[in-house]
Write a protein that binds this ligand. Structure first.
Ligand SMILES: [Zn+2]
Length: 266
């Protein structure tokens, strides 16, 4: 197996040394060039992280090369002077991997912030309230805490087109003169003909009007919001202003007005 990481080096810069120099080997005057190489760590030949730099000095006349630590003092001075005037800088691509990582995190941060802002402005608190109410659905509604559901369950006892009414879960809630009634029909609803499904909503309306509301006189409400769902989503919704009872799922936004008007965006 190949291991595609390690170190590589590349030439960064070659420059002629400034100032008075003499080659110790061939005695040529001012014949030196210095070349600097940069080492970097790579993975799959993509530079990730730069580390050391090496400079070699070569006499252009006799081609003898010197490491910086073996240079005669006058050449070392010339090298310092040359690099002092015009420092050797690493090319940015030696840090490509680091830059990619930094860029990735910067992008991630920006997208997160933008996403958060978008989410915040798009968020409708009424959806959260509805989801919380869906959690309250019960097959055995309590007569004291949810009398409407309790009486509704006792009223809807006839089988409706293959739906076992004993299995239906109920929840009801009153908010500012409005009544919300939720039903959860875990099985059978999708098998029921679209035209027959509406019978459930009509049964709820009948029961409320003729049996339940007279039993629970405190309600005194006329605005009724009915939502019938299966295990996946709402299937039937009927409210004072709208209804959605013909598709395989109903838009739960229709129930939002029960909780009030949409909050004004900041
Ligand atoms: Zn030389």
């Amino acid at each position: 197996m190949f291991i595609f990481f390690g170190t590589r080096s590349s030439k960064i810069k070659t420059r002629k040394l400034q100032g008075q120099t003499e080659c110790p080997y061939c005695q040529s005057q001012n014949s030196f060039f210095a070349t600097t190489f940069g080492k970097y760590f790579h993975i799959f030949w993509i530079p990730i992280l730069p580390f050391s730099k090496t400079t070699l000095v070569e006499c252009s006349h006799c081609k003898k090369t010197y490491h910086t630590n073996e240079l005669p003092e006058n050449i070392k001075r010339a090298l310092h002077k040359t690099d002092g005037q015009n420092p050797v800088k690493r090319p940015i691509w030696h840090s490509l991997g680091c830059l990619v990582v930094v860029a990735f995190f910067a992008l991630f941060t920006i997208l997160s912030v933008v996403g958060l802002l978008f989410y915040k402005t798009d968020k409708d608190e009424r959806e959260t309230l509805l989801l919380a109410d869906i959690e309250q659905l019960s097959n055995n509604p309590n007569q004291d805490t949810d009398a409407i559901s309790y009486h509704l369950k006792n009223c809807i006892i006839d089988e409706i087109d293959g739906i076992d009414t004993n299995e239906i879960e109920y929840y009801s809630k009153i908010n500012a003169g409005k009544l919300l009634v939720l039903l959860n029909i875990k099985k059978g609803l999708s098998l029921t003909e679209v035209t027959s499904r509406k019978q459930i909503v009509f049964a709820v309306e009948d029961c409320l009007k003729h049996y339940v509301l007279p039993e629970v006189p405190v309600v005194g409400t006329k605005q009724i919001y009915i939502g019938v769902k299966d295990i996946f989503s709402f299937v039937l919704i009927k409210t004072p202003d709208s209804e959605d009872m013909v598709g395989t799922f109903a838009d739960n936004k229709l129930l939002f007005p029960f909780y009030g008007d949409k909050p004004v965006e900041e």
